[in-house]
Design a protein around this ligand. Structure first.
Ligand code: DGY
Length: 321
């Protein structure tokens, strides 16, 4: 029997490639070359499966040009790179990689919140630049985490993980806003209270964004929303670029309209709004919230499991359609 052919669009763990090679004829991008859309389409010719990451766009144009495709398995929980409706219409299964990254990503969200509120990046740059000549009482004074109010926008599994860390670990009052309210049991477990978006923005000392990106969540935080926040507040985005209007945020930070921001994701990444690169009160990281080796390996293996299941006639483990 001939083995199905798959494309692995980005470099991944060699052991995951070796697993895939037990089932498929694998073409992989282990050199991690950046492909144009045309190159991606060309490499997908004759392939039944694709192993993708968040930067690989699968839309109607790709699907029309790749009629052999049966499944695209994303090594990410977010899947805004997929046009899931178009995939469903084309009879292509879409899968993502949820759950395995929840705790690691929640850890990172909390780390970025702490680094932002306590001005760690800014103070480290100051020290490395040799500017530290004497101590002063208010040097890099930031804002407290313990006992403060954490507002979470988007209360899926990662949002809940952050809520638990805040409420149980740091005695924070946790408020959240989400498309749908959590069950009473989950709210009690997270010690989180449901509020409207406007109330959250006005009340929170720290606002954490963990909602998925879609046309409906584009620029959830823009100039109007930033103007509702406390001048002492911090904003952390570990969700997706485009949820925040980065230009509006850069202006608000420069004007000290809010105290600080921590950003792991950016509009048009890997490009970053140039103003964000020069403003001191923002901590910037290159989309690494799920980046620990065990978690990235688990994500890659889950994407591989989905490809193996579907292309051997079984149901996908984590389907999106
Ligand atoms: C995800 O899984 O969606 C993370 O952002 C990593 O891409």
């Amino acid at each position: 029997m001939t083995q199905p052919k798959i494309l692995v669009a980005r470099a991944v763990f060699p052991e995951v490639i070796a697993r895939l090679e037990q089932h498929f004829v694998v073409e992989s991008n282990q050199l991690d070359d950046s492909w144009t859309k045309e190159q991606f389409i060309q490499k997908l010719q004759g392939k039944q499966g694709a192993f993708t990451t968040g930067g690989d766009r699968v839309d109607a144009e790709v699907l029309a040009a790749c009629p052999d495709l049966k499944i695209c398995a994303n090594m990410a929980v977010g899947y805004n790179n997929f046009d899931v409706d178009a995939m469903t219409q084309a009879g292509v299964i879409a899968t993502n990689a949820p759950d395995v990254l929840t705790e690691t990503t929640a850890d990172f969200g909390f780390a970025l919140l702490m680094a932002t509120a306590r001005r760690m990046s800014e103070s480290e740059h100051y020290l490395r630049a040799g500017k530290w000549s004497k101590w002063s009482f208010d040097m890099f004074a930031g804002s407290d985490i313990h006992g403060s109010t954490l507002g979470i926008l988007g209360m899926g599994r990662i949002g809940q993980g952050i809520a638990r860390r805040g409420a149980h670990g740091f005695g924070m009052s946790v408020i959240y806003h989400n498309r749908s309210r959590l069950s009473a049991e989950l709210e009690a477990d997270c010690k989180a209270s449901y509020v409207g978006k406007e109330e959250l923005l006005k009340t929170a000392d720290h606002v954490m964004l963990v909602l998925p990106y879609s046309a409906a969540t584009h620029h959830t935080i823009g100039a109007a929303e930033l103007s509702l926040m406390k001048p002492t507040a911090t904003l952390v985005n570990i969700a997706r670029g485009g949820i925040v209007d980065d230009a509006a945020l850069a202006s608000a930070l420069a004007a000290r309209r809010i105290a600080a921001a921590g950003l792991d994701v950016f509009e048009g990444e890997p490009k970053v709004h140039p103003d964000l690169l020069t403003i001191p009160n923002v901590v910037l990281t290159p989309h690494i919230a799920s980046a620990t080796i065990p978690t990235r390996l688990a994500m890659a293996n889950l994407a591989a499991d989905n490809l193996i299941a579907v292309l051997t006639g079984n149901k996908p483990l984590t389907p999106l359609n």
